[in-house]
Design a protein around this ligand. Structure first.
Ligand code: GLV
Ligand code: GLV
Length: 323
């Protein structure tokens, strides 16, 4: 009795093979997100749902099938799922921590370097055919070495960014809801400060928080105004941690120097002004997007489905009270 699984979109080929070997699955191959009623219809048929951060798995979806055992999110963040309702209905919710930590930390660094050294502007200049050769004052940027980075959120990804920042010889400060223990602080070589102090000191502010009601618009107009005019905001976490309209205002009024953004408040839509800003580097939510990492994430969601469907506690259970 192989479990039945619905996937809201295709996973890497190796993962599809593993699914074919171990489950009876169906996959959305429309090349677009499912509507709510399509998702409800799909969930009715299966033991397990494999979904993405772009799928809103709300109470109606979770209530569509009393036999649904597990919702396995192909992401570390799971703010797209109504976990409270899942827990009430004894549906396991799982995510994909750890395997994407380094990959996402690399992406934060890619944005830091791109925005500081004007990599994308330089690329655009060359491709415009208007580049006239080396010039002493052309596209001058900001040094990384010796700069202060403020890391907001020191979970796995935030700590992995801290390690990288130390290797680049940056000065690292952090803020987290709960302060790290002194051994971890000294091992990482990072210093705790209050959020306002961090914002006032940092040349780069990098966000690594899960999205929740508590972190919604954590970076708002007031917080942005605490940043230095020379500072850059980097976001590889969730768009709505930042008030995107307030960010546009800060960038327009030059109260901050620029931003490196991989996530947006209303993906795939952006505040329209962002498209035009040269001091903003924009990537389309690529934090975990390497072949190796996306394959490991796929293996992880499949393992979580198989274990949960066999009636056991899946390894990456989010709502631990279900088991
Ligand atoms: C991506 O945003 C993730 O949460 O894995
Ligand atoms: C957040 O989930 C992290 O892995 O840092």
């Amino acid at each position: 009795n192989r479990p039945t699984v619905f996937l809201t979109g295709p996973l890497p080929p190796e993962c599809m093979q593993r699914l074919a070997d171990s489950t009876n699955f169906q996959v959305n191959s429309l090349g677009r997100d499912l509507t709510k009623s399509e998702l409800i219809e799909a969930v009715r048929q299966v033991d397990a749902l494999i979904c993405f951060l772009t799928d809103k798995v709300d109470a109606d979806v979770l209530s569509a099938n009393p036999n649904l055992k597990v919702v396995a999110n192909y992401a570390v963040g799971f703010n797209n799922i109504d976990v409270a309702t899942a827990t009430e209905r004894k549906i396991a919710v799982t995510n994909t921590p750890d395997v994407l930590t380094d990959t996402t930390a690399d992406m934060a660094c890619a944005l830091i370097f791109s925005v500081a050294r004007r990599v994308v502007e330089g690329d655009r200049l060359v491709r415009s055919r208007r580049w006239n050769g080396w010039a002493p004052l052309q596209l001058l940027g900001t040094d990384i070495m010796g700069a202060t980075i403020g890391i907001i959120g020191t979970g796995r990804i935030g700590r992995a960014v801290a390690e990288r920042a130390k290797a680049f010889r940056m000065n690292v400060v952090y803020w987290n809801r709960t302060r790290l223990d002194p051994e971890t602080e000294s091992k990482l070589g990072i210093r705790y400060c209050e959020l306002g102090e961090l914002l006032g000191e940092s040349d780069f502010v990098s966000l690594h928080l899960a999205y929740s009601n508590e972190t919604h618009h954590l970076i708002n107009a007031a917080r942005l105004s605490q940043m230095k005019p020379s500072a850059y905001l980097i976001n590889t976490a969730r768009g709505a941690v930042v008030d995107e309209k307030a960010l546009v205002k800060a960038l327009t009024q030059k109260t901050i120097a620029g931003a490196g953004l991989d996530v947006f408040e209303h993906e795939p839509a952006l505040e329209p002004e962002l498209y035009e800003m040269d001091n903003v580097v924009i990537t389309p939510h690529l934090g975990s997007a390497t072949t190796a990492t996306r394959t490991m994430m796929g293996d992880m969601v499949i393992e979580n489905c198989l274990v949960a469907c066999a009636g056991n506690r899946p390894p990456n259970l989010v709502n631990t009270s279900v088991f």
